[in-house]
Design a protein around this ligand. Structure first.
Ligand code: PLP
Length: 458
């Protein structure tokens, strides 16, 4: 196909946007292992999950068999305000790299949350509203998820309580103001507003908090307040389901021009953008209809896939949440303070974990300074200031394109550009000042936290 035939940006019409989400689990022979009750070590039933999560979302969480789940019109209409998102042909980057590879990226940063998280936030808020709830609670680390949820709740008239990890609350005051502008109440975690927060503060005075602690506080408030439920922005099957709009749109756009990718790349924190981007492609792979190389990219400082263990573990540091079978570094693993805040989770989606375990995808880890080198290069050539999380995928896309330059292969590479980096300028400042380091955990550190995994007989 000649260069002029594929535009710089492939847009879809509203009518071409997906009408149903695709549930990858339906095509998996080995299903992801079920969430387990931490007390009884038995798979969690819908009844056990409904005091915490919205009913419809529990159904989606547990549904391993329905391939397509219709997107309600209200959600589709909301999607239309900022979707379809463009699939961009990175002609300028290709030229700069002098590579025969063809590079495409799916850009999800075109909304105020600055990331793909809005795709699931609006769905989760919609089902909460439909159930007649007053509001939802959640935690946020880097802040993108809290912002996305605040936007969705403002639109639907739901109350939104966000527990924001204290260190982020203090370091990212502007994120906090965006959430407050959308009407959310934002509480630095740990706080005096919950029992678990008080307990943690008593034990660790002056602590700057963690995601695990914020989860525990958000869950407590949801369970104790009638009319509230807890929502989560990644890791869960339902989140991957909602994020399948990314992959479905990308596939429709590629199909329009008869393009078949060779390599699909995404960054992996809890796995939601990657799970969404690859969904329809992985479906074809699972059904034996096509083959793709699929690469998950994680930070070297928090390498769940590449150095973790495939086992049941807690999703939170407070050890109150369900157990999930996943690639994990252990729930007591505290990653060093890297700047890709959205990629600092110790575990990984159960769906992606199973697929990785069964050899359907690869994973690689990259160091922080090389990620920011790629971010800088991308910003200067393609114009978009990428989120540090997204830049992990950029790094590997550039590396693969450079390999093609050596071999002369004209591979087609698609990667997920999950968001923009306007709230990450402290990280860019460190990079520009030459003060950015790379901390890679030692084998001993990982072994120590993995040794504390719960003992489960399967
Ligand atoms: C949250 C986030 C991620 C990582 O989360 P996943 O669930 O792994 O997708 C990546 N990029 C951005 C911009 C994010 O906000």
């Amino acid at each position: 196909m000649s260069k002029t035939e594929v535009p710089y940006k492939i847009y879809l019409t509203e009518d071409e946007m997906p009408k149903a989400w695709y549930n990858l689990r339906a095509d998996m022979k080995n299903k992801p292992a079920p969430l387990m009750n931490p007390g009884t070590h038995k798979p969690l039933s819908a009844e056990e999950l409904t005091p915490i999560f919205c009913e419809e979302l529990v159904k989606q969480e547990l549904d391993d068999t329905t391939p397509f789940i219709e997107i309600p019109d209200e959600i589709r209409n909301f999607y239309k305000m900022y979707r379809p998102s463009p699939l961009v042909r990175a002609y300028c980057l290709e030229e700069k790299l002098q590579t025969p590879a063809k590079i495409y990226y799916k850009f999800e940063g075109n909304n105020t949350s600055g990331s793909h998280k809005l795709n699931s936030a609006i769905a989760q808020a919609y089902y909460a509203k439909k159930q007649g709830l007053k509001g939802v609670t959640t935690e946020t680390g880097a802040g993108q998820w809290g912002t996305a949820l605040s936007m969705a709740c403002a639109y639907l008239g739901l109350d939104c309580k966000v527990f924001m990890v204290k260190v982020s609350y203090e370091q990212k005051p502007f994120r906090r103001e965006v959430m407050r502008t959308y009407g959310a109440s934002v509480v630095p975690s740990p706080s005096e507003t919950t029992d678990v927060g008080k307990k943690i503060l008593a034990e660790h005075p002056g602590t700057t908090g963690s995601l695990g602690c914020a989860i525990s506080e958000a869950v407590e408030v949801a369970v104790k307040n009638p009319g509230y439920r807890y929502v989560l922005g990644s890791v869960l099957n339902q989140v991957l389901l909602h994020q399948s709009v990314i992959g479905l749109e990308a596939k429709t756009a590629l199909d329009k021009y008869g393009i078949k990718p060779d390599i699909i790349i995404g960054c992996a924190g809890g796995g939601s953008n990657l799970g969404g981007l690859i969904a329809p492609f992985m479906g074809e792979k699972l059904r034996g209809e096509a083959d793709y190389r699929i690469i998950a990219v994680e930070p070297a400082s928090c390498p769940s896939f590449t150095r973790g263990t495939f086992a049941y573990d807690f999703c939170d540091t407070g050890m109150i949440c369900p157990l999930a079978k996943m690639y994990t570094l252990g729930s007591s693993f505290i990653p060093s303070a890297n700047h890709a805040g959205g990629l600092r989770f110790h575990g990984m989606s159960t769906t992606l974990s199973q697929l990785y375990h069964d050899g359907f995808m690869e994973a690689t880890s990259v160091e922080q300074t090389s990620v920011f080198e790629a971010a800088e290069q991308f910003a200067r050539i393609e114009g978009i200031l990428p989120a540090p999380e997204s830049s992990h995928a950029i790094r590997v896309a550039i590396d693969e394109a450079l390999k093609c330059k050596e071999t002369g292969e004209e591979k087609t590479i698609v990667f997920g550009l999950t968001g923009t980096g306007y709230f990450d300028l402290v990280a860019y400042q460190k990079y520009n000042d030459g003060e950015m380091g790379d901390y890679i955990p030692t084998d001993e550190e990982i072994a120590a936290s993995v040794a504390k995994l719960p003992k489960i007989e399967e």
